[in-house]
Design a protein around this ligand. Structure first.
Ligand SMILES: [Fe+2]
Length: 318
């Protein structure tokens, strides 16, 4: 037993003396905490904000000249919340990524769940997920769940740009991080996918949104992609007709949104964030928000609702 003896502790003559003896044995007096460990409501450490696709595209084009995919596992730009050096929200990180014509990004797998929303690409850009080649066209969503092999390639003549969304901050917090490069470096395409649960093509999404809008009684149409698509993240598409707004929401779940079409603004607790196609918006948990569009828009939303629901933490103000 290192540190003071039970008798020395028992005979502490003052609180000061007791605290001095507790320090080296890594015990803390719960009645004299420097900061409280419980509080009445979420602290809202993370900030609501938006990122410009036009700026990201410019920076990725520079990165295309300056680094190749051999140097970097992925050529991407991480969208960092001012609250933290890395994460976009407490549980979710988003990043823009670009792959040039003829390039390939090596296959790997990891425990974090990942998905991508394609922003600009021409036929020939693809992701291989567990041997299935999935095309990446604007508005498509492609999933690479926990421990699925995945790599990217671009046989088209144009650069392909997309938004990656991952639950890496949650995995870092809980610590089950595992990562493995593919033994063959580039995974071979072994299955020709007709329809894959890992792929949500834009044409299908658009048809479902139109159908949902016809039944929405003037409200913004919303559809889920998968149910839920991943263990930790739920995906939805929200269509706003010109002049439409979503109902105000205050929910204990983090939201990262990508603008699939159109432009508009998001009001979050007194802040106004303007956005247009390709931009990203983060609305952290427990911040009341409304999305509006004058000319019409489609938003892709990723939330950590499945985690909050499973753990009994999901609350919403009605
Ligand atoms: Fe990955």
């Amino acid at each position: 037993m290192n540190g003071p003896s039970p008798q020395q502790l028992a005979h502490s003559g003052s609180l000061e003396q007791l605290y001095q003896q507790l320090g080296p044995i890594r015990m803390g007096a719960g009645w004299a905490k420097p900061t409280p460990s419980l509080w009445a409501e979420p602290k809202k450490t993370f900030q609501a904000r938006s990122w410009s696709y036009a700026q990201a595209k410019g920076a990725l084009d520079a990165a295309g000249r300056l680094i190749n995919t051999e140097l970097a596992e992925r050529r991407n730009l991480i969208l960092q919340n001012p609250a933290e050096g890395y994460a976009t929200s407490r549980t979710i990180v988003a990043a823009y990524q670009m792959i040039m014509p003829g390039e390939k990004a090596r296959s790997h797998r990891h425990t974090p769940n990942a998905l991508r929303l394609i922003v600009d690409a021409e036929p020939g850009a693809f992701t291989i997920v567990n041997g299935e080649r999935l095309s990446m066209m604007p508005g498509d969503v492609v999933l690479t769940p926990n421990w699925c092999w995945h790599g990217h390639g671009n046989d088209s003549r144009a650069c392909a740009y997309w938004l990656d969304v991952l639950d890496v901050p949650l995995v870092q917090l809980l610590e089950p991080m595992f990562f493995e490069p593919h033994p063959d470096e580039f995974e071979k395409e072994t299955v020709v996918a007709n329809a894959s649960p890992m792929h949500f093509p834009w044409q299908q999404t658009q048809a479902r949104l139109e159908e949902a809008a016809s039944r929405a009684n003037g409200h913004a149409a919303e559809i889920a992609l998968g149910d839920p698509a991943l263990d930790t993240m739920a995906l939805a598409m929200i269509a706003l007709k010109p002049g439409q707004a979503t109902s105000p929401r205050k929910v204990m779940a983090n939201n990262v949104l990508g603008v699939v079409q159109g432009s508009g603004r998001t009001e979050v607790e007194g802040k106004e964030l303007s956005w247009s196609r390709g931009d990203v918006i983060v609305v952290p948990a427990w911040q009341e928000h409304v999305h509006r569009s004058d000319g019409g828009a489609v938003l892709f939303r990723v939330t950590d609702e499945p985690v909050m629901r499973k753990l009994g933490f999901l609350r919403e103000v009605h």
